[in-house]
Structures are given as structure tokens and as C-alpha cells.
Design a protein around this ligand. Structure first.
Ligand code: COA
Ligand code: AMP
Length: 634
């Protein structure tokens, strides 16, 4: 007898159009699709071609129309300011329609881009949904990125408007956003027409530039705007993510496939029902925030919890449990690093015992490889299924998961379990051949990808093809390496590129190298990710100085850290730099970053056959020892 997962999986692979066509019936369409899957431009695929809908209608208005208007759509809880608010679907509809009116009054319409630079407040969701209501394309930029990064995204997306809050609030400081936005606009060639600001009392913004608008004041003089039907294949949003260079990749998500897939995942993967409280403790600036703070819970008619704070320190390691108990959270989704932080502060889980967690049914983890010890701790302390699942900004939802709403498989620590329905995951070697179970290779997914995944990169289709489709024809290259065991369990081991994962945040070491190379004393540099007990990985820079530079290494390190913080942002968590005389390279001049990482993490490594001068490695080892890394091997 097959179980519900096996049935769903088989059908999703052998009868894609039937499977997703059925799922699409849960979405309200203003015009039905002509084809569930349009393969005419393969290897570029389009889902629900010819169909029309409005994502905001499906996430907000329909619930009011169907009688859920008084149910909570959003619960807001700021562990930093103490603010708490519950917003019903009816109120959310009014707020979103009102703000859509504000955007429209500033000339924003279908296809226009709007950049959002917002912290964890309900207005971030209101702004995203208001864009969707108009058919405008939002691009949320995480508040931990510096003006320079914001400017890169402004130049690429060419937004008609920027929407910002007056400030973000970290536990140790209030960050005024408006000066950062102004600086980004100064740095960028493209100038938006308007900057619309939600004023927070913790730091009100000066709105004296031409085009500056006070959100709340503008609402008073504009009329609400209705939902605008868009093509299923029209972009809903662009979300920039780190690539291998300083130029981020603008992942494009469509409207139709996204709505269908995300609503389907809420039941199949997370086992949620309308009215349940879902809490993704992430940030709207990341893909998890897009999919599972904003869209998916609302598409289902569930309640989404918007949390401002940290797992520890706001005020203590019991915050998560307080929020779960107070708001009757059914499912929590966060990154393993949050649990490592809690475990470090409260190893015995004493805080857990202080709260009634009977509402909690499951914990989902993603964003980085989850160490078995963390899963084990969470399982024992919470007594609910702890489900590691693997996904990426590009995919928008899980590639592999233990699908709680279909069938709960035994957990194997270190594995996000099986490929989710829709995903034909394979492991290939360098010659594009499938490897045997248990053997490591490139994790790839057979095309077409399921609905809700990236359709292209904004303004960069050639880069899209090159980055994801070129190396393994017929497959999507995930950029992760790993293996599949003989029971189909997937293990995601490491990235195959220079992307690192710091506290569940995806960062490019290439982008950091570009910044360090701009330091006037630096001749050459390399950045690697080294292991960190709390954050999983943290960046570490190696710099070689120009001839004649006599500045103290400690001073150089301080300046490098300041430069990266200034150019990329605090989220890069770039703190450590070592000054070395030379970098180890291959004979063709490629820097041996992998070898340096192994030395730093004190792992065994093979001397690369192509190394130009093996004598450089002891120099690296010595430099690392000077900052307490790379204990000498015997
Ligand atoms: N705006 C401005 N600055 C921000 C920011 C934001 N939205 N988010 C983070 N930062 C800053 C932090 O204040 C910190 O600055 P500092 O160097 O002055 O201390 C820096 O960026 C690094 O942040 P982070 O890596 O998050 O470290 P942290 O010490 O503040 O917190 C954790 C560590 C583990 C508690 C936190 O990262 C966490 O809860 N992560 C799990 C959840 C998550 O966000 N997952 C993401 C995807 S699912
Ligand atoms: P992001 O695009 O920021 O979501 O980061 C995606 C990357 O995070 C993936 O390519 C993986 O390298 C890593 N990742 C996400 N989830 C997992 C997981 N469950 N296990 C291992 N790695 C993961």
C-alpha cells in the first residue's frame, strides 16, 4: 500500500499537469489558464500560461468574501518595543487597499518596480500585498544591508518608488533607515520618483526631500485601490540574493505558479489549516519571510505571526516560548542558528518549562545545514516533530522535506528527508552522470521545476541560463553538493560555489573580496567561510599588502572590518582579517580557498596536485595561529 506522500510524489512526476492543475483549483482565478505547463520555450518553462489572477485577492480579499473577515490575519509581537497588535483579514484588506491607493497616486501601476526597505512590522506585509494588488513588482531589501547594496538593487530594478520605515530596531540600537535610503539613492544612477515612509516613533524621519511622502498622511487623501488582474506568468516580485560576484542575482517569481504552490505547501508540507497560527521567525528580507511570513499563510487563510526580536537577549532565551504560548502558535519555522543560540543560553531548556506550549505541533528548520545535536536537543526539549527541510531563494519553497501533511517518515538526523512532490532530485558527477546511492556529487533537479520556483533573473536571462541551466543540461543546478542514500533520503553537505551561510543568511565571499580589494593598502585578498559554533559559518579574510605598506596588521584588520560593514552591511558579520605575505594558488593562478578553509577549521586536507608553491601553506597556518585558529597538526 502506498502512503499519501508516495501517491502525491509519483503523480507530481508522471502527471505534472494533472497534479498541479488540481492544486490550482484552490486559487481564485479571474481567467482560467490555457495550459498548466507551457513547455514551448524549454528549458524555460511557464506555469498556468494564459491564466489571470491577483495574488493579493487570494491572500486577503477572498477570505473576507468567504466569511473570514474577523479572523486574525496578522499577529504582531515586538519583543524589542513591547508592541503587540492583531490585524483581522478585514482590517488588512482596508490597509492594503488604502496603501495600494497611495502607491497608485504616485504613478505606480502594473509592472512597475517598488523597492521596500523595511523591518519586521506588519506594514512590511501591507506594502508587499499592496504592490501585488496593483500588479506592481516588489523587491524587498533586508534592513541589514548597507546603502551600497541597496543602491545596486535600485540600479538593477529601477523602481518607481521606494517604501521604507523610518527605522529598524536591533536590540542594541535604533537604525534610522531614511538616511540610508537617501544615501543609496545618491549612490545610484536611477532615481525613484517617490520615497514613502512609515514613521515609527523610535526615530521619525525627516521628509524634506522632493518626492518624500509620509505614508499615514498620504492615506488620508487617497482612495483605496481594488485588485488588478495580472497574467499568471507576470512577475510578483524580485528578490535579490547573493551570487558568485558582487552583483546580486534578482530572482524573479511569477504570480500564478507561486500562489498555487505556496498554498499547496501549507497543507502538504506543514499540515496547516485555515485559522491556525503559523510563525516563521525569519525576516521579510529573506525568501523565508516572503513565502512563509507573508504569502503562504495568508493564501491559506491562516494567521501569520510577525515577530521583531531575537531568539536570545530580547529579553532572554524564553522569548520564543513566550510567543508560542501567548499566541497559540501551531507551527514554528526558523533557522538552526536560532536554536543554537537558545541552547547555548539555556542548555537545559529551563525556560521551556515555564510556558504552556501545548499549541505547538511541529518545528521546521531550514536555511543552513542542521547539525544533528541541535535537532536532537529540540526534539527532546519540545516533544514535537522537528523537521529539517532544504530550500533556496531560487526555489521559493522546499525541495526536500518530511511532508507532515502527507506522511511523516522517520527522521534521519542530518537529512531533510525525501524530495518534496514536484522535485526530481538527482546527484550527478562532473561528467553529468548519476552517481550511486551514498556517493557525493552535485545536487540537481530535473527540469521542469515545479510551480513557484524562479522563472528567470531580472534583466539577466543569459546569467540565469549560465548560472542554473548550462552545466547540467536538462537539470537545474542547485549549487549544493550532497548525496542521496538508498532509501531516498537527501543529504545537503556544502555549497559548490563561494556562497557562505552566516546565521542562516546567505552571503557571497566574492562580494566581500571585491570590497577588500578596494582598501588602498590591499594588493590581493581572499575571503573564506570558517566554522562557527553559533552562526554555522563566519567570514574570514586574508589580505596581502602592497609593497611599502607598514601599517600594523591589527589596524588593517580593523579597517577591513569597517569597510565590509560600511559597503555590504552589518549582516555580513565580517570581523576577522589576517595579513599574509602571499596567497596559495594553483599554477594557473587560482587561489586555493578550499585548502585555506580546511587549514583554518583544522581539518585534514590533501596537498592540491596543482599547487604552485606548497611553501605558502605553512605561512597561512602560522598567520591563522596568530588569531587562534588552525592549531598545528602533529
Ligand atoms: N537591520 C540592521 N542590522 C541588522 C539586522 C537588520 N534587520 N539584522 C541583523 N543586523 C545586524 C545585527 O545587529 C548584528 O550587528 P552587530 O555586528 O552590530 O552586532 C549583525 O547584523 C549580525 O547579525 P546576526 O548575524 O543576525 O547576529 P546577531 O548576533 O544579531 O544574532 C542570531 C544571531 C543567531 C540570534 C540571529 O542571527 C538569528 O536569530 N538567526 C536565526 C533566524 C534568521 O534570521 N534566519 C534567517 C533565514 S531563515
Ligand atoms: P537561501 O537562498 O538564503 O535560502 O540559502 C539557500 C542555501 O542554504 C542552500 O543552497 C543551502 O546551501 C543552504 N540550505 C538551506 N536549507 C538547508 C538545509 N535544510 N540543509 C542544508 N543546507 C541548507
Amino acid at each position: 500500500m502506498t502512503n499519501a506522500y508516495e501517491e502525491a510524489y509519483q503523480r507530481s512526476i508522471t502527471d505534472k499537469e494533472g497534479f498541479w492543475g488540481d492544486a490550482a483549483r484552490d486559487i481564485v482565478w479571474t481567467k482560467p489558464w490555457d495550459r498548466v505547463l507551457d513547455e514551448s520555450q524549454a528549458p524555460l518553462y511557464r506555469w498556468f500560461a494564459g491564466g489571470e489572477l491577483n495574488t493579493c485577492y487570494n491572500a486577503v480579499d477572498r477570505h473576507v468574501d468567504e466569511g473570514r473577515g474577523d479572523q486574525a490575519a496578522i499577529i504582531y509581537d515586538s519583543a524589542i518595543t513591547g508592541a503587540k497588535r492583531t490585524i483581522s483579514y478585514k482590517t488588512l484588506k482596508d490597509q492594503v487597499a488604502g496603501f495600494a491607493g497611495v502607491l497608485a497616486s504616485r504613478g505606480v501601476g502594473k509592472g512597475d518596480r517598488v523597492i521596500l526597505y523595511m523591518p519586521m512590522i506588519p506594514e512590511s506585509l501591507v506594502a508587499m500585498l499592496a504592490c501585488a494588488r496593483l500588479g506592481a513588482i516588489h523587491s524587498v531589501v533586508f534592513g541589514g544591508f548597507a546603502p551600497n547594496e541597496l543602491a545596486t538593487r535600485i540600479n538593477d530594478a529601477q523602481p518607481k518608488a521606494i517604501v521604507a520605515a523610518s527605522c529598524g530596531i536591533e536590540p542594541n540600537r535604533v537604525i534610522a533607515y531614511k538616511p540610508l535610503v537617501d544615501e543609496a539613492i545618491r549612490l545610484s544612477a536611477h532615481k525613484p520618483d517617490s520615497v514613502i515612509v512609515w514613521q515609527r516613533e523610535e526615530a521619525r524621519a525627516d521628509l524634506s526631500n522632493p518626492g518624500d511622502i509620509d505614508w499615514a498622511l498620504a492615506l488620508e487623501t487617497t482612495t483605496p485601490h481594488d485588485c488588478v488582474p495580472v497574467a499568471a506568468t507576470d512577475p510578483l516580485y524580485i528578490l535579490y540574493t547573493s551570487g558568485t560576484t558582487g552583483q546580486p542575482k534578482g530572482v524573479v517569481r511569477d504570480n500564478g505558479g507561486h500562489a498555487v504552490a505556496l498554498r499547496w505547501t501549507m497543507k502538504a508540507i506543514y499540515n496547516m489549516s485555515p485559522g491556525d497560527v503559523f510563525w516563521a521567525a525569519s525576516d521579510v528580507g529573506w525568501v523565508v519571510g516572503h513565502s512563509y511570513i507573508c504569502y503562504a499563510p495568508l493564501l491559506l487563510g491562516a494567521t501569520t505571526l510577525v515577530f521583531e526580536g531575537k531568539p536570545v537577549g530580547t529579553p532572554d532565551a524564553g522569548t520564543f516560548w513566550r510567543v508560542i504560548a501567548e499566541h497559540k502558535v501551531a507551527t514554528l519555522f526558523t533557522a538552526p542558528t536560532a536554536f543554537r543560540a537558545i541552547k547555548r543560553e539555556d542548555p537545559d531548556g529551563l525556560e521551556i518549562g515555564k510556558y504552556d506550549l501545548s499549541s505547538l505541533r511541529a518545528l521546521f528548520l531550514a536555511g543552513e545545514r542542521c547539525d544533528p545535536a541541535t535537532i536532537d536537543w529540540a526534539e527532546h526539549k519540545l516533544g514535537v516533530p522537528v523537521i529539517d527541510h532544504w530550500w533556496q531563494t531560487e526555489t521559493g519553497w522546499a525541495i526536500a522535506a518530511n511532508c507532515l501533511g502527507l506522511h511523516l517518515y522517520p527522521v534521519k538526523h542530518g537529512s531533510p528527508t525525501l524530495a518534496a512532490p514536484g522535485w526530481d532530485v538527482r546527484v550527478l558527477d562532473d561528467t553529468n552522470h548519476e552517481v550511486n546511492p551514498g556517493q557525493i556529487g552535485a545536487l540537481v533537479c530535473k527540469l521542469p521545476l515545479p510551480p513557484g520556483t524562479l522563472t528567470t533573473l531580472w534583466n539577466a536571462e543569459a546569467r540565469f541560463r549560465q548560472a542554473y541551466l548550462a552545466d547540467f543540461p536538462g537539470y537545474y543546478k542547485s549549487g549544493d553538493a550532497g548525496f542521496i542514500d538508498d532509501e531516498g533520503y537527501i543529504y545537503v553537505m556544502t555549497r559548490t560555489d563561494d556562497i557562505i551561510n552566516v546565521a542562516g543568511h546567505r552571503l557571497s565571499t566574492g562580494a566581500m573580496e571585491e570590497v577588500l580589494a578596494g582598501h588602498p593598502a590591499v594588493a590581493e585578498c581572499a575571503v573564506i567561510g570558517i566554522s562557527d559554533d553559533l552562526k554555522g559559518q563566519v567570514p574570514l579574510g586574508f589580505v596581502c599588502l602592497k609593497a611599502g605598506i607598514t601599517t600594523e596588521p591589527a589596524q588593517i584588520a580593523k579597517e577591513c572590518a569597517a569597510l565590509v560593514r560600511d559597503q555590504i552591511g552589518p549582516v555580513a558579520a565580517y570581523k576577522q582579517t589576517v595579513v599574509v605575505p602571499r596567497l596559495p594558488k594553483t599554477r594557473s593562478g587560482k587561489i586555493l580557498r578550499g585548502t585555506m578553509q580546511k587549514i583554518a577549521d583544522n581539518e585534514a586536507f590533501k596537498m592540491p596536485a596543482t599547487i604552485d608553491d606548497p611553501g605558502i601553506l605553512p605561512e597561512i597556518e602560522e598567520a591563522l595561529e596568530s588569531i587562534g585558529l588552525a592549531r598545528k597538526r602533529v
